[in-house]
Design a protein around this ligand. Sequence first.
Ligand code: ADP
Ligand code: ZN
Length: 725
Amino acid sequence: MIASVLLEIKAKNVDKTFDYNIPEFLKSIIKVGMRVLVPFGARELEGYVIKIKETNDIEIELKEILKNVDDEVILNEELLAIGKYIQENMLVSLSSAYSTMLPSALKAHKKTQISRKYESYLSLKIPYEQAYALCKNEVQKQIIEMFQDGLLISKKEAQEISSSAIKTLIKNDILQEEKEESYRYQVKEFLRDDKKNLNEEQSNALEKIKNAFGKSKTILLRGVTGSGKTEVYMQCIEEMQKQGKQALVLVPEISLTPQFIRNFARRFGDNIAVLHSGLSDGEKYDEWRKIMRNEISIVIGARSAIFAPLINIGIIIIDECHSDSYKQENRPKYHAQDIALFRANYHKCPLILGSATPSLEAFSRAKKGVFELIELNHRVNQNPLPEVTIVDMAKEVKKHHFIISELLEMKIADRLNKKEQIMILLNRRGHSTTINCSSCGFTYKCPYCDITLTFHKSTKNLRCHYCGYTKFLDDVCPNCHEDALNYYGLGTEKLESALKEKFPNARMIRMDTDTTNKKGALEKIEEEFRDHHYDIVIGTQMISKGHDYPNVTLVGIVNADITLNIPDFRSGEKTFALLYQASGRAGRGSLKGEVVIETFNPDNHILNCVKDQDFLRFYEYEMNIRKTLKYPPFYYLAHLVIKSKSYENAKTEATKVASFLKRKLSKTSIVLGPTTANMFRINNVYHFEIMIKYRFDDFLKSALKELDELFLLNRQVDLDIDISY
Ligand code: ADP
Ligand code: ZN
């Protein structure tokens, strides 16, 4: 028998399959989808068996497989097919598709050897009376007494009495040791909580979803903030479990907090595997094996959990489906929703997309009937959505209120008085975004990127938010040596100082990537805020996601213009989602919520849609713009970035790429560019971009593939392709 083995040969993204003989002793072991070790030239490489056949196609002497790497099949039939789907649709090699899908412990390379963890157990080797009689001292007797009722006892536990005595007892054949595989991560046990009585909207949603069981159907569940979507998900899963099937739940990384996992553990116990970036490679390996062995029936995870090797999926749920985090930024640039659709088809099960602010693409599909639309229009607590006020900062500045408006200040004071909690959103971290000299005009810029350095006061340094370059701030201007450095632009650190000045007695905490980069830090802040150790939390978009703090009654949004001003056709959509979600943090408990939005564009239509919490109006408005400008969902977009350390090379190649595309693509497609990218220079690499707007273009994939292969050979210039931008 012969196995075709997929090997990744490190020449940029190319993969090949090679045939090997399966030696006699491996014939009953080797299966399609297993990892094997094979000789390759002078080296030994790991690869996946992707086919087994009886005879060789051509008459050559084949080498033999050396051994199997695991006892289990790593890539089952479905995962093999998903890899092919990614290869075909996202322009990558098959081996890099599999590599993306699998946790690092299961990738086919020998670098990461992650072992399984074993727990040692002890038991009596001879009858109890006999063992007791053989004990030489009190300590030994004390240990043997633990085994009186014939149980296995963990070696660790027994060693707490005396590890030397244990050693002797094993040596004297009184105790015996056995090893059992154990998992590094366990969902903690919590008091179970019963399912809630659904309100009318929720039970209506549950019924509709139940009707889709057993069908590959996509449902968009659009529910306003606080409408109880999670409860609907959980009851769907309960129903699914009655049918003996499994559930796959995706949430954005940032919402995958202990709080979220706890809610599921309260309902489903430890019947859950969890996959997210906070786990170690060993923990991920163990979670993966629990799933492969069919020991759990619910997987909760971030983007890459969409590849979890469940074999009997009954429902797939993508919560906060509008989140950017579901799209992988590196190649393969897959979107979890596309993989979810593939799997829902494979398993004939429904895919539920949940959000208060679905993307225009998703909502327009729902309106057209491609997806079924289910809506939850009311909050569970029957409270109205929070009342939103827009403050014109141009007027405030004239009254010398620079960061915090009079209204916001008044409302903060009021909530502090009432012992209620406050969230303040400012979507920019650091202290000041621009430091320049008022004497000579000098500005600190990143030497490698086209951007000013942000000052971080807590660490007293200047940082580039693109490449990570840091330097200490000088006491005087490094150019003219005058003591005239000024701080402009507002980040969360400066906002925190400003609030502390106004409310010296309020307890405040900052939540942004700078304060949460250590493991466990985010959880600590969340827990302490929940327990009211703080009155105010100040944070970036991090605070807008999913949190459910019942005592928050005021949300302040400072400088709402930041996301609005990002030059991207999706900035309106992103701003709406961010501000709507942030607003939705207020008034989730029994108390009514209020929101204050500070802006220099008080008449901006998107901000006014947020004010009225009116998704539909936002949708109609934005769809009109998209239609006029030929953007998604009216056209698909492919985005190409041409990068090089040499400006000239990048520019020349970009021009060539654009004319190649104009020649190759169908007349209905529009090729725009090349233009310089928004961030033209990052880390001394120049970026040009080309945008393709297309509807149906039979030539697109082959043209992009041709380009891609061409650039694989180019050492000076890189081409980065995103076929569904
Ligand atoms: P969403 O995700 O839609 O913003 P959540 O699922 O976080 O809303 O629900 C908001 C709050 O309402 C949670 O504390 C949840 O436990 C509670 N809740 C949900 N459904 C019900 C219900 N039927 N009865 C009582 N409380 C509920
Ligand atoms: Zn930089």
